[in-house]
Design a protein around this ligand. Structure first.
Ligand code: FEO
Length: 163
């Protein structure tokens, strides 16, 4: 049985995950416009993953006989200042998401809600992975992002992402 409070924060989390998808899709369109097709494709995959994250919570609530309350998704940014700023922006955004996931875990712990704690564990590991991946891209962009050949090779590499 999921409490009202846990239900509320999980519904908010669905919205945050869908918003992340929206934001990354907007970034993908911007990258495509820059001609960075590999980065754009990577970002589109990221957007899909975020939607999956939202759907996973959606399914969890339904499986627990709890209510799903879908809220309005706000408009994402669509003007960006170059590729490095985009990834710095993602890193900050993912840190916010990590804090939101930790809040779910904190409340579940306080309520001894083992089921939700078990469920949210997957998200905690996923956030570690996501933050690390984005940080690595930032480090590489900082190292050689101004070198057009290096950027071209990185774009090619990111184009290979399939899931
Ligand atoms: Fe679903 Fe990138 O957090």
């Amino acid at each position: 049985m999921i409490s009202e409070r846990i239900n509320e924060i999980l519904n908010e989390q669905i919205n945050k995950e869908f918003y992340s998808g929206y934001l990354y899709l907007s970034m993908s369109a911007y990258l495509k416009e820059l001609g960075l097709n590999g980065f754009a494709s990577w970002m589109k995959h990221q957007a899909r993953e975020e939607v999956e994250h939202g759907l996973k919570i959606f399914d969890y609530l339904i499986n627990c006989n709890s209510f799903v309350t879908l809220k309005q998704i706000r408009t994402p940014e669509f003007e960006f200042q170059g590729i490095l700023s985009i990834f710095n922006n993602i890193y900050e955004h993912e840190q916010c998401i990590t804090r939101a996931i930790m809040t779910v875990a904190k409340h579940a712990e306080e309520e001894c809600d083992r089921t939700t704690l078990n469920f949210i564990d997957w998200y905690i590991s996923e956030q570690v992975e996501e933050e690390e991946t984005v940080k690595n891209i930032i480090k590489r962009l900082e190292l050689f992002g101004d070198d057009k050949v290096a950027l071209y090779l990185m774009d090619k590499e990111l184009a290979e992402r399939t899931v």
